[in-house]
Design a protein around this ligand. Structure first.
Ligand code: ADP
Length: 538
């Protein structure tokens, strides 16, 4: 027997309707690409998003069409994003940091019909436009006054294009499983793969992210999503903030410590989210200028492991709550967050930090488990590590236009991460499966060594790779980038690690290089390091 409840499709445009009707006075604040701070309300945001949808429809865009954006987190980007989705078209957020070949590949693979581009990225697009036959129109996210000279064919200033449409438009209604967003993984090996979010998965994921044990913002919060919309939906924040009625503060292109600090202060930001590198920049700026952040209460840090000293400094010196999160593009992207719970909130000092260093627990709507190489379930004992599998309504079931099953027979997705899970449900990533170091039949966690090494004075960045060893199969090599002007030595770094990691994890050697290669999402490209140090002998 079926229940007698309404068949109310979970569509993302209903989030904007809700925000405009019930929190219409709350603000959308943007550091514009042109320079000044721009502000309006959720009421205005909805009207402008409706105008985008109407303008797109006039262009012949409809259900299932892919529209690309290459843009920072701004009000205009959010308008376009809702406008596209509210029409049943698909918002393809392109990561401008991808290599040129990857940009050409994904835009062609997605067959995007239009591209909305920020002023900053116009030169990137100009350089590849001839190789993007599917794009029929370019909309530059600015007004006439700031419109640049451009070689882009059929290019228009956004404000002028938008001015030709009013808001007399109704969102389309369709099945909640309709595709809403497309985001390609950066693809450390092979071509990038398209993750195709649905309206339903986005709505459920944003409700999930608003649980108190995840980011849990409410209608009194002012939230600054620093993590870009092109990096897996800005971790759902562009959906979950308006759903909660919190104000949205957008950093635009200002990702440096000073710009971020100014917005946090002037807009009394209470919650924010970014990858560790951004927090490093902010912490440096705060320290250099002897500043505090009295309004900022919680920060979500993820995308890469959060180093110990970051949690210590932000919590102890600045009084913030650090929420360490883990996830991936294929998970919409949030998978776990490491908030304390009833059984752990009494922890103090090192024990507390050790727990916070773990990647955390799954909220309701994500399931995870670890398995061995044969796929057998492993215990949640906090020690045994294995392949981390996940499933849930906001986890991918396949990649866009790629045949083949990506789930096992029970519907689990292999994250490619190696982790342990403790009896309270806290998960700890120890490695990527392709980066794992096998020494004497045991696994060494390169991530843990790296995070510890970062705490040593003079170390800017650390990477650990396995080097072939005649007796132990592999042994760790620690690769270090020194801070500018630092002269920290191998001996000093090893002495620093001594006692902080297991003795048999101690790197057999330390090498110094000028720069560690990164992917477009800021991850260390170990494959390149392994090539660079191919044939290395201890
Ligand atoms: P990419 O496109 O580079 O794969 P994702 O953002 O999807 O980008 O990357 C997901 C991966 O990032 C995870 O599988 C994991 O390896 C890593 N990651 C994310 N958050 C954390 C974290 N808090 N600690 C350690 N690794 C993390």
């Amino acid at each position: 027997m079926l229940g007698l409840m309404q068949d109310y499709p979970l569509l993302v445009q209903t989030i904007l309707d809700h925000a405009a009707l019930n929190h219409g006075e709350r603000e959308m604040v943007t550091r514009s690409i042109e320079g000044p701070i721009r502000r309006y309300t959720y009421h205005d945001l909805r009207i402008r998003a409706l105008r985008v949808a109407k303008a797109l429809q006039k262009e012949g865009i409809g259900l299932g069409d892919r529209i690309a954006t290459m843009a920072w987190n701004t009000d205009r980007h959010v308008e376009v994003w809702y406008g596209i989705m509210g029409l049943g078209a698909i918002s393809h957020t392109v990561n401008p940091r991808l290599f040129v070949e990857q940009l050409i590949y994904i835009i062609n693979h997605a067959e995007d019909k239009m591209l909305f581009v920020d002023l900053t990225f116009v030169p990137i697009v100009e350089a590849i436009a001839k190789q993007l036959p599917s794009i029929k129109k370019y909309i530059i996210l600015t007004d006439d006054q700031h419109m640049p000279e451009t070689s882009l064919p059929n290019a228009h200033a956004y404000e002028t294009w938008l001015a030709a449409s009013d808001a007399d438009f109704e969102w389309l209604s369709f099945d909640e499983n309709t595709a809403a967003g497309l985001c390609y993984t950066s693809g450390t090996t092979g071509n990038p793969k398209g993750v195709l979010y649905s309206h339903r998965s986005n709505v459920l994921h944003s409700l999930m992210c608003n649980q108190p044990d995840v980011l849990g913002v409410d209608s009194r919060d002012n939230v600054l999503p620093i993590v870009p919309m092109f990096h897996a939906n800005a971790w759902a924040i562009t959906f979950s903030i308006p759903a909660a009625g919190a104000s949205m503060i957008m950093p635009g292109a200002g990702m440096d410590g000073k710009s971020i600090y100014e917005l946090l202060e002037s807009e009394k930001v209470s919650a924010s989210a970014a990858v560790p590198t951004v927090w490093l920049g902010l912490m440096q700026y705060l320290a250099d200028n002897d500043l505090k952040l009295p309004y900022l209460k919680r920060v979500l840090i993820g995308g890469a492991a959060c180093p110990r000293m970051m949690i210590e400094t932000l919590e102890n010196d600045y009084g913030m709550e650090v929420i360490h999160g883990w996830g991936m593009t294929e998970m919409s992207p949030v998978g776990t967050t490491g908030k304390l719970k009833n059984a752990t909130e009494h922890l103090q000092g090192d024990e507390r930090i050790n727990l916070k260093l773990k990647q955390g627990r799954t909220p309701y709507l994500v399931e995870m488990k670890i398995v061995d190489d044969q796929g057998n379930d492993l215990p949640r004992d906090g020690v045994t590590s294995g392949h981390l599998l996940v499933r849930g309504p906001a986890v991918s079931s396949g990649y866009f236009k790629i045949d083949g099953d990506i789930l096992n027979k029970d519907g689990w997705f292999d994250t490619g991460d190696i982790a342990n899970i403790d009896s309270l449900g806290y998960m700890q990533i120890t490695d990527r499966d392709k980066d794992v170091i096998k020494s004497g039949g045991e696994w060494i966690s390169s991530i843990e060594i790296e995070n510890t090494a970062i705490g040593c004075a003079g170390v800017a960045e650390a990477a650990v790779i396995g080097i072939a060893h005649p007796k132990w199969t592999e042994r760790p090599l620690l690769i270090i980038v020194r801070k500018p002007d630092a002269d920290v030595s191998a001996e000093q770094i090893l002495a620093y690690l001594d006692g902080k990691i297991a003795t048999w994890w101690m790197p057999d050697a330390v090498e110094f290089i000028d720069e560690i290669p990164h992917t477009a999402t800021g991850k260390i490209q170990k494959m390149i390091l392994r090539e660079q140090f191919g044939g290395y002998q201890f």
